[in-house]
Design a protein. Structure first.
Length: 278
């Protein structure tokens, strides 16, 4: 059963509400976390291979704050100085701001022709800023650019939705979708969110991406009507394309929501992994 949240935006604050609850402004502890628990980084030949990783805090401060990351060597297969290097291991989150960026450079020539190298990072911060249940470690899968072909996309795929913040999923978050070729750079995707609807997408072969236009209906709710697939940054539903990055592992999509325009609410923030059905 999907749970709907009502989204309120007033100045820079936002509120979340369950169907039967009053809006609640966040008043919990101050903490720092990664914005994602795992990410695929595709490194192209003859390009800089820079990956940006966002750290975020739950509350702003009236002073600049510095946070760092360390490598979890026991769970990492990538070699620093060979497969990657840090551009910066520390980041300053300015006063009044919520986020900062760590940058890592991946090296195309040293990565395997097939497969990937895993880099696991952990946050290095005061104990009070690391809260149980938040994303304090992150896995980065470094791989060479995947040469996307239309024929590879066509067929039946297993689509799994994960909670963007916690990485949790349930049985009804995994379902089958069907991708059909429409033209040399257009496809349709049937049954996103197990909604029985068909949406359109554009294929960028050079970037190895599928590009999904926002506001496409993926489900019709008995109470809320049309539910659309939209880009969601955690605070605001935006009129912005949703990007699926293709790698040898499959397709990964992050930062989207199932939104009801009539009810002004959304059904969670998702990141999705899509793999070919065996």
């Amino acid at each position: 059963m999907k749970k709907i949240y009502i989204l309120f935006i007033a100045l820079s604050a936002f509120f979340l509400m369950g169907c039967e609850n009053d809006p609640i402004h966040y008043s919990g502890p101050d903490f720092v976390s990664f914005n994602e628990g795992a990410i695929n980084k595709v490194v192209k030949e003859n390009e800089d291979g820079i990956l940006e990783i966002t750290l975020g805090v739950s509350k702003t401060s009236n002073a600049d704050r510095t946070f760092s990351v360390v490598v979890d060597a026991a769970n990492t297969t990538a070699v620093e100085g060979q497969d990657y290097d840090f551009v910066n291991k520390s980041v300053i989150i300015p006063a009044g701001k919520y986020t900062g960026t760590i940058k890592i450079k991946g090296y195309y020539n040293n990565l395997p022709k097939e497969g990937d190298k895993k880099l696991v990072l952990k946050l290095d911060a005061d104990e009070g800023m690391l809260q149980e249940g938040t994303t304090t470690s992150m896995a980065i899968y470094l791989s060479r650019f995947f040469e996307l072909k239309m024929d590879w996309l066509v067929g039946t795929w297993v689509w799994t939705d994960y909670d963007y913040s916690t990485g949790e999923t349930t049985d009804d978050d995994t379902y089958l979708v069907e991708i059909t070729k429409v033209s040399d750079n257009k496809i349709t995707i049937y049954n996103v969110w197990a909604g029985g609807k068909t949406i359109n997408a554009t294929v960028d072969l050079e970037e190895g991406q599928i590009i999904i236009d926002p506001d496409q209906v993926i489900y019709v709710h008995s109470s809320y009507g049309d539910i659309t697939m939209d880009y969601f940054d955690g605070q605001t539903v935006k009129d912005k394309n949703i990007i699926g990055q293709c790698t040898f592992r499959g397709i990964s999509i992050a930062g989207w929501t199932a939104y009801t325009w009539s009810g002004g609410g959304y059904f969670g923030r998702y990141k999705s992994n899509i793999v070919k059905q065996e």
